[in-house]
Design a protein around this ligand. Structure first.
Ligand SMILES: *Cc1c(COP(=O)(O)O)cnc(C)c1O
Length: 363
């Protein structure tokens, strides 16, 4: 049985008519840049997240960049980031001339190692960017520097105390890349904050630093969220809790079916931390990962690797001062394998994936 790694049509299908209607409405209204759907989405998501303001931006990458620009991060500044994450988390730091300080991951959870993070805080630290990797929250204790949560993979996740991912730090940076828990129809992103003055600065940064128009007290960029994306996202927002719950059900099914190879130690689950996990990616640590991957691929089962290499070894960061080996992440990158996990995935499909894995290990 072919099992696609991701199939967005299964969530979009039932919403087709509503999405087309939203698209046509924006087309008729013609306010393509910062039209009324953008502030409407911002208000709706502020309410969902329990924050005072959100600012729609052009991507998750630009959310991180704008957040750092709003804090005037630049040369001489350090920003602490995990090494096991998507490129943009550290790319945004380097683009501003600041220095990323890479942190290894916790061997059990694969989340940013908290004691190491705290140990790196120094006089030059301007921010920490914890990444809620694969859809679960990494909780930092109170720290004396701004925290910018990278929530790209964790819309709808919560911390142990029920606080929404993105509502704890000074800012939360979301991505609406189509595969993310709240995915758009192209690129998009959002920044959440409880600080209304900061929200104003972020709005300024997203429109070339201008305030008022054509007067530029600071440098910004074109980081605006399209009206069209906002309108389409508004259709999807009410469905996200059900989709996240469905991914949790799928994850539980995998856990049950893979128990024999987990008992034998051939497959390991990253430990779940307290709070709600949204399973943006369902990642296992698998022995003989590459052979398993080709075997599954040959049977039409889509899998993926997040991530094949940590960031501290990327060629583009070779000149970053103070790099050290981060052995836990380096080892994890040789074992991580993401399995199909999305709304609409059937039990028969999960069975096809897990039977293939069990067969591979002779279980
Ligand atoms: C997807 C992602 C981003 C970047 O988001 P884009 O919308 O693709 O620019 C940043 N950080 C993490 C952890 C991500 O997964």
């Amino acid at each position: 049985m072919n099992v696609p790694f991701l199939d967005l049509a299964r969530s979009h299908g039932p919403l087709h008519a509503e999405l087309v209607a939203a698209f046509e409405r924006v087309l008729r209204e013609g306010a393509f840049i910062l039209g009324s759907d953008v502030p409407a989405l911002e208000r709706e998501l502020a309410a969902v997240l329990g924050v005072r303001a959100t600012v729609g931006v052009s991507s998750g990458t630009d959310a991180l960049l704008a957040a750092l620009m709003a804090l005037d991060v630049g040369p001489g500044d350090e920003v602490i980031v995990p090494t096991l994450t998507f490129f943009a988390t550290a790319g945004a730091v380097v683009r501003l001339g600041a220095t990323p300080r890479f942190v290894d991951v916790d061997p059990e959870t694969l989340l940013m190692d908290v004691p190491q993070t705290l140990a790196l805080i120094g006089p030059r630290t301007r921010a920490i960017i914890p990444v809620h990797l694969f859809g679960q929250c990494v909780a930092l204790p109170a720290v004396p520097v701004p925290v910018i949560e990278d929530v790209a993979q964790a819309f709808g996740a919560t911390f142990e105390d029920g606080v929404q991912a993105g509502a704890r730090g000074l800012m939360g940076c979301f991505s609406f890349f189509p595969s993310k828990p709240l995915g758009g129809f192209g690129d998009g992103g959002l920044i959440s904050t409880d600080d209304l003055a900061l929200a104003e600065t972020l709005r300024q940064v997203r429109a070339h630093g201008a305030k008022p128009k054509f007067h530029h007290p600071r440098i910004g960029g074109n980081f605006r969220l399209d009206t069209l994306q906002a309108a389409l996202l508004r259709v999807k927002v009410p469905h996200v809790p059900a989709w996240n719950a469905e991914r949790r059900r799928v994850a539980a099914l995998y856990r049950e079916r893979l128990a024999p190879v987990v008992a034998s130690g051939e497959v390991r689950w990253p430990r779940a931390v307290p709070g709600t996990h949204v399973h943006h990616q369902l990642v296992v640590l698998a022995q003989r990962r590459d052979a398993l991957m080709s075997t599954l691929g040959a049977q039409g089962i889509g899998v993926a690797i997040y991530y094949p290499e940590p960031l501290h070894v990327q060629p583009c960061f070779a000149a970053v001062p103070g790099l050290t080996p981060l052995p836990i992440a380096e080892a994890a990158c040789r074992e991580v394998l993401a399995l199909p996990c999305y709304p609409g995935l059937t039990e028969a499909e999960v069975d096809a994936v897990t039977s293939a894995i069990l067969r591979f290990y002779g279980a």
